[in-house]
Design a protein around this ligand. Structure first.
Ligand code: SER
Length: 319
């Protein structure tokens, strides 16, 4: 049985990945770790939780020893818009944090999962059917750290013969935990406004088309990649994966079909608009499909229906 450590466990991905891993591998075999001293009740009740600093090698190493960890999902990172607010902090958490975890993983012979992002691409990258291997000249601090992270992971695979795997996530849409300061966050916020019958002010311009994915697909991608036969993996760090591609007005129309009174206006944030315009419209995920059988399930329409249903369940007073 695997013994797993998840860093960034209380974040947008972690809060949904941890329960799935606990179901699959056993609650006590999955240690959730985050920077908060006290986690939400969901984590306390469902298995071990530890508070960590991702740049503190000693304490992470001690945790790995204490729980006899053999696999680390290193999710702790600052997202794109937050990283532009504090590039030095973003470098420390995203880069020094990854290097610390890589060293701990190397020392303790752990397998590692590293989430990369559409942020690794830049203005000179082809925007449609963005190839798996192509020009990568990101101009955001977030993108720079994710790209360097991909390369560093591949370096550790080659140099130290480690098993490290990653995906390039598109914008992730989910209803459990809000993303913390990303450029694609509008696609989550819009649903919270819609179910509360509030108008939404979108911070990206009409026509800003980006890759997106519903969280159940994202979590399944991580689990399937980590379960895949290592011999079939050529690209490793990191695979393009996508599920849907839309601009704000298309998502708005899809929500309006379910909630006809919903309304949206635009109030563009120049910083996030510039970031979004440097990213792909739609990645080519054929390497992931060929090498480990990646296949998304949710379309924009089925995701929209499910998001609204789930958010109504979470807040039953909202009809
Ligand atoms: N969703 C992320 C962001 O917007 C991209 O990986 O920063």
């Amino acid at each position: 049985m695997k013994r797993i450590l998840v860093t960034g466990a209380t974040g947008q991905i972690g809060s949904e990945l941890v329960p799935v891993l606990r179901d699959k591998y056993g609650r006590d075999n999955v240690v959730a770790a985050g920077h908060r001293r006290k986690p939400e009740d969901a984590f306390v009740d469902s298995g071990p939780y530890e508070s960590i600093e991702t740049t503190d090698a000693k304490s992470i190493s001690a945790l790995v020893k204490k729980y006899r960890i053999d696999t680390i999902y290193h999710l702790a990172a600052l997202l794109s818009a937050k990283a532009e607010e504090d590039p030095q902090l973003a470098w420390n958490i995203n880069m020094n944090g990854l290097q610390t975890v890589l060293e701990v993983a190397r020392y303790h012979h752990c397998t590692l999962f590293f989430p990369s992002s559409i942020g690794v691409f830049g203005p000179s990258t082809p925007k449609d059917n963005t190839p798996q291997v192509t020009i990568q000249r990101p101009n955001t601090l977030y993108g720079i750290t994710k790209l360097a992270g991909e390369l560093l992971c591949d370096y550790y695979v080659k140099k130290y013969d480690m098993d490290i795997r990653g995906v390039r996530f598109p914008g992730l849409i989910s209803y459990k935990t809000l993303p913390g300061g990303g450029t694609t966050d509008y696609a989550v916020e819009i649903f919270y406004a819609a179910v509360k019958h509030e108008p939404y002010r979108c911070f990206l311009k009409e026509g800003t088309r980006l890759d997106m994915m519903y969280m159940p697909d994202a979590v399944r991608a991580v689990v399937e990649l980590m379960e895949a036969d290592a011999r079939s993996l050529r690209h490793r760090n990191a695979y393009n994966i996508t599920a849907m591609s839309f601009a704000p007005e298309q998502l708005y129309a899809s929500i309006k079909k379910e909630l006809p009174h919903f309304s949206m206006t635009y109030e563009v944030d120049p910083i996030r608009q510039e970031i979004a315009e440097s990213w792909p419209h739609k990645m080519d995920d054929s390497a992931a499909r060929a090498e480990w059988g990646w296949q998304p399930e949710y379309t924009m329409e089925s995701m929209t229906k499910d998001m609204i249903e789930q958010l109504r369940k979470e807040a039953p007073h909202v009809t």
